[in-house]
Design a protein around this ligand. Sequence first.
Ligand SMILES: Cc1ncc(COP(=O)(O)O)c(C=O)c1O
Length: 455
Amino acid sequence: MPTFAPNSWEARAERSVMFGFTDLPSLHERGPLIITHGTGVHVHDVHGRRFLDANSGLWNMILGFDNRELAEAAKAQYDRFPGYHAFFGRISDQAVALSEKLIEVSPYDEGKVFFTNSGSEANDTMVKMLWFINTVMGEPRRRKIITRLYGYHGVTAVSASMTGKPYNKWFGLPLADFRLTSCPHWWRFGLPGETEAAFTARMARQLEELIELEGPETVAGFVAEPVMGAGGVIVPSQGYFQAIQPVLRKYGIPLISDEVICGFGRTGTMWGATTYGFVPDAIIASKAITAGYFPMGAIILGGALAEKLQAASEKIEEFVHGFTASGHPVGCAIALKAIEINERDRLIDRVNALAPRFHARMARLAEHENIGEARGIGLMGALEMVADKATKAPFPAAAAVSEKVANRCIDNGLICRPLGQAIVLCPPFVTTEAEIDWLFDTLETSVGEVFSEIG
Ligand SMILES: Cc1ncc(COP(=O)(O)O)c(C=O)c1O
């Protein structure tokens, strides 16, 4: 364990900060990384070290860490009108303009937008909307929410209940009414000899069996990420959404696309749903909505669901829900600017231009005997490490291989994220070709160093 001087940033952080989602053995061994500022796709720490952040912060900083236009938009809005709410029929002009813009860039001709401060709150709000519609409209038993094993939807009590990660048992979650169906990761969960098409058909069958088991009249909604992000960049098996959407339609169950990671271009189109050829009943957006320059989440309801929520609200005279800072005018001004830059600078074209280079380098890494799968789409990818490539056997958890690789990357000036036994990469959209090359050169070196030490 390193010893830091008592007044060092590291010692101060360890004394005063309760770290979340942080591997504590690694933290104690290495100390925290304390960042002061960013330039382009790099962040700088208190010791003057520079790191290329291959995770765009937490998927969100798609325009890098020093975009002047976003900072200017924030300053201008702080000067003009620094804060307001969206209760009692009062709302800022910026929140109205952003609602219109989000509908314009959505797959919907018409719809309605509701703002939150995070992706978790957006998912939580979405579930409350479904519960509210069903309760007010006389179907109070229709409450169950189906999500997928390894899906990630957030950390509030409801959104954690939607999250299919084993650690939620430590909170005594999920709450009642939350159910999981299978994870469509063919490489990991395909049966011996099962084709991808047969696997996809099995996923749809298992979903239908679950709906039948629970009672279709008790199911309020199905929520899915187009590509599972925090589950380890799990790309759905071929035809997955085309196979499950008819099942959901058969039972009148809304399909909600959690686009907190996929939204705004990460997968190579504006929405992951578009990339995978389906139209959801509602979209959950956050993260890149403000390019990470302000906390914000949004629910974009398609026309039909918006009408239902409006009708239920009219019935009892209001939709009794909202957060003090929902639709904050500064956040909305930043989001409007971020979307303007995304469109003006054709950043989704840029994602598609960088993607072949990104995936070619991923594939090259997958030639390593301990990389079992290189997966991803657009500018998101994961490298799954395995002890045995033929059997896909993982390393013992205690070997902490992904932490070791990620820590070595940090030593070499690269930030990337360990997730289970995978390394996740999702660089900002403004990354240059040369920076992509440097990222992978550094990752290759780090992987080589760690595995030669493991032996
Ligand atoms: C798909 C998805 N949904 C929801 C969330 C929760 O968002 P937040 O951390 O803003 O609450 C995340 C966060 O990573 C996410 O990846």
